[in-house]
Design a protein around this ligand. Structure first.
Ligand code: UD1
Ligand code: MG
Length: 499
């Protein structure tokens, strides 16, 4: 990344360095961020508003909001419009969910929603937010469909703009098709931006593009926006035209140029959405590898939430990690596993094809292949859960084994228990869920039905094929099945011989 034509700013001296803000708004002039999210996203061909299209499992807009918050601004305005109520609803729910852990009031500015009733272009969209932005603020404009920008890049851009300057984030792309092109004069000063569809073929050969990210002083911006005219192929008010206005007034438009195509990718259609997903995947895989994780194929690992890892974790192909996930030292996750909101203890192995949600797994466990752990599954250390075993809302004590074809729901399993193949806890009576208790050291014979509420005592043995409807005492063998009977004279019917 190269920065061009930077001017000394109020923050460039040693004193400024001492204050060197972790956040851009450490400067004297407060920062307002405006996120443009009202566009229809026609090119997506979707009933879902574009900004709600999922990237790594959450809306595009949510990525941009996270980025905006990382800059710790004075205010964040979101311009919404097309499908707007759905957008607001989504984020209202998200805000409510985040509230309990949110920092104290004031630390995180509330979102300010601004409606753009008609989508008349990016310039018009920004204009809708300006009445709520104080004159003396600097404005950082972000597009909700540019989701992969890095916080450091934006910090650098804001620094380049200084307190009163204008700065653009541009990118040098091998394939600039579709993006607005940056037109510079002989002195390499930025003169204007021309949209792809309005550009001449000479202009289209320019590889430097507008990323949509701009910093400008609110007062000047307001004036320029008022002067915009929709004289272009789309008949829209283009925000990008303010660059020419600034240049005409003799202002130097600073720029930060990146060559990272992934970072500045604009998501306008499904192809670009898939590209963004791939870029996100690469980034997250790389991050984990840098932290010492063995990733068998970085192109076949999807990390969609925060991951805490200890040393020597191995992730095989087609693993999806979602929500917060914690992986202890030496954890190995086999092919095709989905792990959501789960903590896994040291040295535990998930064999292929496990689905694990909201679970807590101890150390040295062996899970799978084909195990499903549902919300509230809490497994102690050295537990084995094998193929076609489903465990929900249950604790399983240390060293217990549930190796084949079982359903364990709403159950407390003690330590050193052996649950035989095909055992089912019948936890639902059609109206209510009931709990099953299995004491330490119990042995449940294969094919048993444990009809809850029911308790199996410590050290009890349940004969295979039993249907247990009453508590089984500790240390005893309990059987609940009909006695085996052999009928000596019985003969099987035979078909009459064919004539
Ligand atoms: C825009 C830029 C282009 C740049 C590209 C980078 C303009 C005129 N063009 O083009 O120079 O290279 O982004 O990705 O700005 N929006 C509104 N209201 C509207 C129209 C759009 O809020 O009336 C929002 C959209 O939701 C979107 C953003 O503004 O988040 C950009 O709009 P989009 O239509 O995607 O512009 P591009 O054609 O990508
Ligand atoms: Mg776009």
């Amino acid at each position: 990344m190269a920065r061009t034509k930077t001017r000394p700013t109020a923050r460039s001296g040693p004193r400024a360095r001492r204050r060197a803000p972790a956040t851009a708004v450490g400067a004297a002039v407060p920062l307002s961020i405006v996120i443009l999210a009202a566009g229809q996203g026609t090119r997506m061909r979707s009933a879902l508003p574009k900004v709600l299209q999922p990237l790594a499992g959450r809306p595009l807009l949510s990525h941009v909001l996270e980025l905006a918050r990382s800059l710790d601004p004075a205010a964040i305005h979101v311009v919404y419009g097309h499908g707007g109520e759905r957008v607001r609803e989504y984020f209202a729910a998200e805000g409510a969910a985040a509230a309990p852990s949110a920092p104290a009031a004031g630390a995180r500015p509330a979102l300010q929603w601004v409606r753009q009733a008609e989508q008349l272009g990016t310039g018009h969209a920004l204009e809708q937010a300006m009445p709520a932005v104080p004159e003396e603020h600097r404005v950082l404009v972000l597009y909700a469909d540019v989701p992969l920008l890095r916080s450091q890049t934006l910090h650098a851009l804001i620094t380049a703009a200084g307190d009163r300057g204008v700065a653009l984030l541009t990118a040098l792309l091998a394939d600039p098709a579709g993006y607005g092109r940056v037109i510079r004069d002989r002195g390499r000063r930025i003169r204007r931006i021309v949209e792809h569809r309005d550009a001449t073929s000479a202009e289209r050969s320019i590889r430097e593009v507008n990323t949509g990210v701009m910093v400008a002083p609110a007062r000047a911006l307001r004036r320029w926006l008022r002067a915009l005219r929709p004289r272009n192929e789309q008949g829209e008010y283009y925000l990008t035209d303010v660059v020419a206005m600034a240049a005409r007034e003799g202002l130097v438009v600073d720029s930060l140029v990146t060559t990272d195509r992934g970072e500045v990718l604009g998501v306008n259609d499904r192809l670009q959405l898939a590209e963004a997903e791939a870029e996100y995947r690469r980034r997250r895989s790389r991050e984990l590898m840098e932290r010492g994780v063995t990733v068998i194929d970085p192109a076949r690992l999807d990390v969609r939430g925060p991951v805490e890892v200890d040393s020597d974790v191995l992730l095989d192909v087609n693993v999806v990690l979602e929500g917060p996930v914690r992986l202890g030292a030496g954890v190995r996750i086999g092919p095709n596993c989905v792990v959501q909101n789960t903590s896994i203890g040291a040295r535990t192995v998930l064999y292929a094809n496990c689905v694990v949600q909201n679970a807590d797994i101890g150390a040295d466990c062996q899970i799978g292949p084909f195990t499903r752990l549902r919300p509230g599954a809490r497994l102690g250390d050295v537990v084995h859960a094998g193929n076609f075993v489903e465990i929900k809302n249950s604790e399983v004590g240390p060293r217990s084994k549930i190796n084949h074809l079982s359903y364990v729901g709403d159950t407390t399993v003690g330590s050193d228990v052996n649950v035989g193949a095909g055992t089912i806890t019948c936890n639902y009576d059609g109206a209510n869920k009931w709990r099953t208790q299995i004491g330490d050291g119990a042995f449940i014979g294969s094919g048993s039905m444990l009809v809850a509420p029911v308790a199996i005592g410590a050290g009890a043995t349940i004969g295979a094929g039993s249907t247990i409807t009453a508590d089984a005492p500790a240390g005893k063998l309990t059987l609940a099945r009909s006695r085996q009977l052999t009928i000596e004279e019985w003969q099987r019917r035979r078909k009459p011989p064919q004539s």
